[in-house]
Design a protein around this ligand. Structure first.
Ligand code: T1G
Length: 651
């Protein structure tokens, strides 16, 4: 039963038990409605504690119901009914009281939170707005400014901050149920506070709202929900409660049916399915209690930092003492930056580095469970590393390569026990980027593959399994995307117009400004290596620029010119001249045409990747693009968007 009621003297305890996250599906809403009616009619009950079983307080409406017609009792009605109960209800919060969960808590007269709890209104991250008074009660509870920040960012706040904002009445550290019962008894001795809906709210002046709108529009980059949420909050601040509630409900229902909400729900569920693929349900991962990274450069240090963030002891191996020192400094710098950003305390940063064993002696790895190689992207260099690992590590140690372009089968050639070898392709910065491409070879065992996914879970990564091809999933699509962008340049479309079109589409950067940032020479050297290996690799426009010394921002010139010390790109006459005899001007293209061409190229490559079995499902390709290459999340990824547009065309 989703709702159980027991007693602690004259206090009724309503326990919600609807695993996995106590989501407010129709049955739970009905159960709570019935509990309110029954307890209101029970004269022996003087107050009620609402608490949840399992990992968390109510984590929101049941997102799986969003694609279906809303069913009564509707959540705003339930919250309103809660607020009118004859006896005070105390919400006892642990885990995350999110969305509809926090709205239910606001329907209660009081909120008591465990010190480890979070509260928030993340609806905009799903392309909607709170639909059960979140935009109308929150300003009355915590003030307009706090409400605007909470609702338009969707970011939850910790219990201590929630207390400071007035979102909760007390933070407790003991046993939550007992603390909440005590709080209820104490509350009965005092005058009850006004229901939130009856509390006054003061609206800031119009200039403040205009400034908020500008800031949110800049941050939202094409996402509509945050701006619609701001509209609801302004209505809540300036209109009567009932009118604001009606406006919020209409906005919620409108957005709930929107393309952006469907896209964000697609990504939400794809992210949660990715770490536990059905085909590995029976494979038992090996325990990883210790890890090592070979290579202390940007990638190696980032991977080591990610492992330390997950609490794993790490050994960092480099080729000599000087390189070891540099590697440790790279690692220290990562944690120092996290302290500067307020993500870590100084003590936490110290602890992250203190437990790192570093050296150049591979015998340090004799007992290590998992070793990740992150050395120079050269087959001979990598194979030499694995030859040494094969001699020094345990036969059952998992050995992984972080290669982004080389064939893992060639890297593992000759390695003893190849069943324990796998590709783990991290994305830079490896301690920040969530995407992890997991690349098994034909020899990789299911246990090793399952260990890769288990590692991803422990690192908080989004794992996507990839077959072996040039660039795996993400870089293969990137190559196609860049080639199509160069094709547009050859057909006379200005470089700056292409970048502007893709920024307008929702990418943080266009393809050319992104290459200037990352460096043109990386892809150039890969093409040159392929040509040296006898592959027929056509000349890219990028090759012409690199040969002219234009490698991007790092050389002060790439696709664009850069004034000394300035990262602002300026269209380059030199580039126009360098490419002049490669252009065959075609029709002028609109920004929509440009984005359509480039995303169609991504989708075409994605379909080929699916057809070849390199990716197991289209949603994996969407996760790669959203989490690895900046594809706008509110579009759901290239495959989802193509499918949506095709189905809308067929209607
Ligand atoms: N509805 C349905 N299923 C949900 C769910 C939800 N709201 N949240 C999580 N799940 C499933 C998830 O798919 C997974 O399923 C399992 O629970 C564990 O999730 C009216 C309209 C709560 C912080 O946006 O942020 O309320 O894969 O792996 O890491 O205004 O889940 O196991 O089958 O993420 O411990 C607002 C979304 C909804 C919260 C827990 N609420 N969820 O994290 O577990 S809109 C949210 C989360 C709303 C109201 C509006 C996280 C979590 P499976 P998990 P976790």
């Amino acid at each position: 039963m989703a709702v159980n009621i027991d007693r602690d003297g004259d206090i009724a305890i309503v326990t919600v038990d609807n695993p996995p996250v106590n989501a407010l599906g129709q049955a739970l809403r009905q159960g709570l409605w019935d509990a309110v009616e029954g307890l209101d009619a029970d004269a022996s009950v003087r107050a009620v504690v609402l608490i949840c079983a399992g990992r968390t307080f109510i984590a929101g409406a049941d997102v799986t119901e969003f694609g279906k017609p809303p069913m009564p009792p509707h959540l705003p009605d339930l919250v309103g009914r809660l607020e009118q109960t004859a006896k005070p209800w105390v919400a006892a919060i642990h885990g995350s009281a999110l969305g509809g969960g926090f709205e239910v808590a606001m329907g209660c007269r009081f909120r008591v939170a465990l010190d480890s709890a979070l509260v928030g209104l993340p609806e905009v991250t799903l392309g909607i707005v709170p639909g059960a008074s979140g935009t109308v009660r929150t300003p009355r509870l915590a003030g307009v400014e706090a409400a605007v920040d909470l609702v338009t960012t969707g970011k939850p706040v910790k219990a201590a901050k929630a207390l400071a904002l007035g979102l909760v009445d007390k933070v407790v550290t003991g046993e939550l149920r007992a603390e909440a019962v005590t709080f209820a008894h104490d509350a009965l001795t005092r005058t009850l506070p006004q229901p939130i809906s009856a509390r006054p709210v003061t609206s800031p002046d119009p200039a403040w709202w205009d400034a908020q709108r500008q800031a949110i529009a800049k941050r939202a980059k094409g996402e509509v929900a945050p701006l619609r949420a701001l509209d609801c909050l302004r209505m809540a601040a300036e209109k009567p409660f009932a009118e604001a509630m009606a406006f919020e409900r209409a906005t919620f229902l409108d957005l709930r049916a929107s393309d952006q909400a469907a896209a964000l729900r697609h990504i939400f569920f794809a992210e949660r399915a990715a770490p536990r693929p059905a085909h590995l349900a029976d494979a038992k991962p090996r325990g990883v209690r210790s890890a090592a990274v070979i290579g202390g450069g940007t990638m190696g240090a980032g991977i080591a930092a990610a492992l330390r963030d997950a609490g794993l002891p790490v050994t960092l191996i480099e080729r000599d003492a000087e390189a070891v020192k540099r590697g440790l400094l790279n690692l220290r710098n990562i944690f120092d930056a996290a302290v500067k950003r307020g993500k870590l305390t100084e003590a936490e940063a110290q602890a992250r580095v203190k437990d790192v064993c570093a050296g150049s002696d591979y015998s340090l790895l004799a007992e290590t469970d998992l070793v990740i190689e992150a050395v120079f992207e050269d087959l001979a260099v990598k194979r030499a590393v694995f030859a040494r690992l094969g001699q020094t590590c345990r036969p059952d140690a998992i050995l992984a390569t972080n290669t982004s372009y080389l064939d893992p089968r060639l890297i593992a050639e000759g390695l003893p026990n190849p069943d324990r070898f796998i590709g783990l392709h991290f994305f830079s910065p490896a301690n920040v980027m969530k995407l992890l491409e997991i690349v098994p070879t034909p020899a990789t065992s299911p246990a090793t593959l399952a260990t890769g996914f288990a590692l991803a879970r422990s690192l908080g990564k989004i794992p996507v399994q990839s077959g072996i091809c040039d660039g795996f999933i993400g870089n293969r699509i990137l190559t196609r995307y860049r080639a199509e962008a160069e094709m547009l340049v050859r057909q006379g479309t200005p470089i700056a117009a292409i970048d502007a079109a893709m920024r307008g589409y929702g990418f943080a950067m266009g393809p050319f400004e992104a290459q200037d940032l990352g460096g043109l020479d990386i892809a150039y050297l890969q093409r040159e290596a392929a040509r040296s290996a006898g592959q027929d690799v056509p000349e890219a426009l990028c090759d012409i620029l690199v040969r002219a010394g234009r490698k991007g921002q790092k050389t002060g010139a790439g696709w664009y010119d850069y004034a000394p010390g300035d990262r602002e790109p300026t269209p380059s006459e030199t580039v126009v001249a360098l490419l002049a005899n490669r252009l065959t001007p075609g029709p002028s293209l609109s920004a929509e045409d440009i984005a359509g061409r480039l995303t169609a190229a991504m989708v075409a490559e994605g379909k080929a990747i699916l057809a070849e079995g390199i990716a197991l499902r289209a949603s994996d390709i969407d996760l790669v693009e959203v989490h690895g290459y900046g594809y706008p999340r509110w579009r759901g990824g290239p495959m989802f968007e193509a499918e949506r547009m095709a189905s809308q065309r067929s209607v």
